[in-house]
Design a protein around this ligand. Structure first.
Ligand SMILES: Cc1ncc(C[n+]2csc(CCOP(=O)(O)OP(=O)(O)O)c2C)c(N)n1
Length: 621
């Protein structure tokens, strides 16, 4: 036993949990913890120009791997700068641990210098937030924080560390045995912690807090299976066999067992649509793939949801961007549920997701891996779906991704060319996208063939994430090519993270800035829903982004016309090291679009249908 500080004990616990990278930004309140990173080899630390981008780096690191992202920041502004990231990680089920300094307990609640009510601020947007108030708690709290962030439905955990705790000296009697699933103390020790308050139901609890009611919850299908798991599996097997128009709707819950998922698809011969977080879990080049669904998703996927008699939702949560108007969602499946001939099966690790948005008639709380392992051996070998697949193939043929060409490139031209060249390179790649049309068009025109190949802020839709996600992804995937797509608006929110690329010596990051001189996703909505009243969405005065990148010592390219696109993109992708290409494009709409308030099959497919939107749509949200 030796005398150590609270900061050192936290460091030891991180090492014990095999955390070998942390993302940190220093400041007075957290110095006793940051000091432990000096002159040691167990944990590498990374520092970005702001805590917000730093947190996005940690999230990118976690999203593109199975690792926990760990962020260490100081009190007050250091902590508040992480809030967007904390919510982003929580909403996209990304494991994130934020350790923040705070003022000494003696100064608590005095509006002391750089004091923030950190736990109160993070509590509603984390799985768990907690302030350590005695050094005796440190070991258990860190064990449990890591457990909570990484197990079940993953998410954000915030631990607040008063300066007096970090600098306190005491005799260390911590048990540093190897952490294993078996000896992990959770959940027994949790109850011992003061003020323990696990918000594990968030975001499901939002609906309870704000009194939102699942509209369908009062309309439970006549045949609702609430019996034993075995009987539920028997019923599922029966439905897979007898339903005429089954459809798989997969979310990121399938990513970690994608090999089994593919087996399940192959055996059942059921077409697959995914959320954007599950793109690639099933190879999008395969015939049964309908690609992603929802607001800007494929017409075929959306039609299929509306026409399916059986929807098998796997590790997905019926996010509003994927359902369209919930009252008009999946009418055929509900009809089939009431006749006991189909319906909605929901497999999810978090039972708070059941009946939150739609009323499913068979729910099984389990990891997708367990579901596949249980069900695959029970499946038959040949399910004939000829009729259903013929209909689907007709929709596919009639409704490829489309856009309007102009004399210059538009975002779609860039992504089509990128897809072509990346596959020619024959190197494993991963794409990060920002938020906006660049994100949706990348999701549409890139073809993904393995999971976690598309990293983006899905639920929160936070602009300014792509480059930092790319940096984090590069740290966890040093052998892949990391391509970060970003619009001019998103780039201007995050360009100071260019500095981290050389600082971290990353040589596999390719940044594509698509500059349409507008915040085009919103600008387009102003055209569609607000009579072309453009307010604060034109961005005509952008500086030469490629020159900015050169000043950060990043090799840069510039394209402003059609004829140079292919050639310059090729030079950029093949440049030996990280590089940036600034591409000036014309503004383009992103279609298809399920306008707000519309059902998935009321989808606007091309620009020719714009007139229908203006007349009938509600104000978007
Ligand atoms: C932090 C943040 N602020 C505002 C928004 C609202 N928003 C969504 S998309 C978008 C436009 C993005 O513009 P740009 O980065 O240029 O990409 P583009 O749509 O042109 O591809 C805006 C402002 C957001 N999602 N995130």
């Amino acid at each position: 036993m030796s005398i150590i500080t609270g900061g050192k004990l936290i460091y030891n616990k991180l090492v014990q949990h095999k955390i070998n990278k942390v993302f940190c930004y220093s400041g007075g309140a957290v110095m006793s913890l940051i000091d432990t990173l000096y002159n040691q080899n167990n944990i590498k630390y990374y520092i970005s120009p702001t805590e917000q981008l730093l947190t996005f780096q940690a999230i990118g690191y976690a999203k593109s791997s199975n690792n926990l992202g760990v962020v260490i920041v100081t009190s007050g502004p250091g902590f508040t700068n992480t809030l967007t990231g904390i919510l982003d990680a929580q909403n996209d089920s990304t494991p994130l641990l934020v350790l923040s300094g705070n003022v000494p307990l003696i100064s608590k609640n005095t509006c002391a210098f750089q004091e923030a009510p950190a736990v109160e601020m993070s509590k509603p947007i984390t799985k768990w937030s907690y302030q350590i108030q005695h050094h005796n708690e440190i070991s258990d709290v860190i064990d449990n924080a890591i457990h909570i962030a990484t197990k079940g439905k993953k998410g954000s955990v915030h631990i607040d560390l008063p300066k007096c705790i970090l600098s306190a000296k005491f005799l260390d009697n911590t048990n540093y045995d190897n952490i294993t699933e078996q000896n992990n103390k959770y959940p027994e020790t949790l109850s011992k912690l003061n003020n323990f308050n696990l918000n594990s139901n968030y975001p499901s609890t939002l609906s309870k807090i704000y009194g939102r009611k699942c509209y369908m919850i009062d309309h439970k299908p006549k045949f609702y299976y609430n019996n034993k798991t075995k009987e539920k599996y028997d019923k599922i097997i029966d439905l897979i066999k007898n339903c005429k128009k089954p459809l798989i709707y997969a979310g990121q819950g399938v990513n970690n067992s994608y090999n089994l998922f593919r087996k399940f698809v192959k055996k059942t011969n059921i077409p697959v649509t995914t959320t954007i977080h599950a793109m690639g879990s099933y190879d999008e080049n395969e015939e049964l793939s309908l690609e992603f669904l929802g607001m800007h998703g494929s017409v075929t996927a959306n039609y299929s949801i509306q026409n399916a008699d059986l929807i098998i939702a796997l590790g997905s949560r019926f996010d509003d961007r994927t359902t369209g108007n919930i009252e008009k969602y999946a009418p055929k499946a509900f009809e089939a549920a009431n006749n006991n001939k189909g319906g909605i099966i929901h497999i999810n690790i978090d039972d708070n997701e059941f009946n939150k948005i739609v009323s499913s008639n068979i729910n099984i709380k389990t990891d997708c891996k367990d579901f596949f392992e249980t069900i695959i051996p029970k499946l038959e070998d040949n399910y004939d779906r000829t009729e259903w697949l013929t209909t689907i193939n007709k929709w596919k043929k009639k409704n490829p991704w489309t856009y309007k060409k102009t004399d210059n490139n538009v975002t779609q031209d860039v992504i089509i060319e990128l897809n072509k060249q990346l596959y020619k390179l024959n190197k494993q790649f991963l794409i990060t996208a920002d938020v906006g049309n660049n994100q949706m068009i990348t999701a549409q025109y890139m073809k993904f063939n393995y999971p976690k190949q598309f990293i983006s802020s899905g639920s929160l839709g936070a602009m300014g994430t792509s480059i930092s996600y790319g940096i984090g992804s590069s740290l966890s995937n040093p052998d892949k090519l990391i391509v970060s797509v970003v619009g001019d608006g998103g780039f201007e929110m995050s360009l100071n993270d260019l500095k981290s690329i050389n600082r971290y010596k990353l040589n596999n990051i390719k940044i594509i800035v698509i500059n349409n001189n507008s915040l085009s996703m919103v600008n387009c909505w102003e055209s569609l829903f607000y009579n072309d009243n453009f307010v604060a969405t034109n961005n005509l005065d952008t500086p030469p982004f490629h020159k900015i990148a050169e000043n950060y010592d990043i090799k840069s390219f510039y394209v402003d016309n059609k004829k140079d696109l292919s050639y310059k993109l090729n030079l950029f992708l093949n440049y030996d090291g990280s590089s940036l290409i600034h591409i000036k494009v014309d503004k383009s709409f992103c279609f298809p679009l399920v306008a707000p308030g519309k059902a998935l099959d009321e989808i606007i497919i091309t620009e020719n249908d714009i007139k229908n939107i203006n007349k009938n749509s509600e104000v978007p949200s």
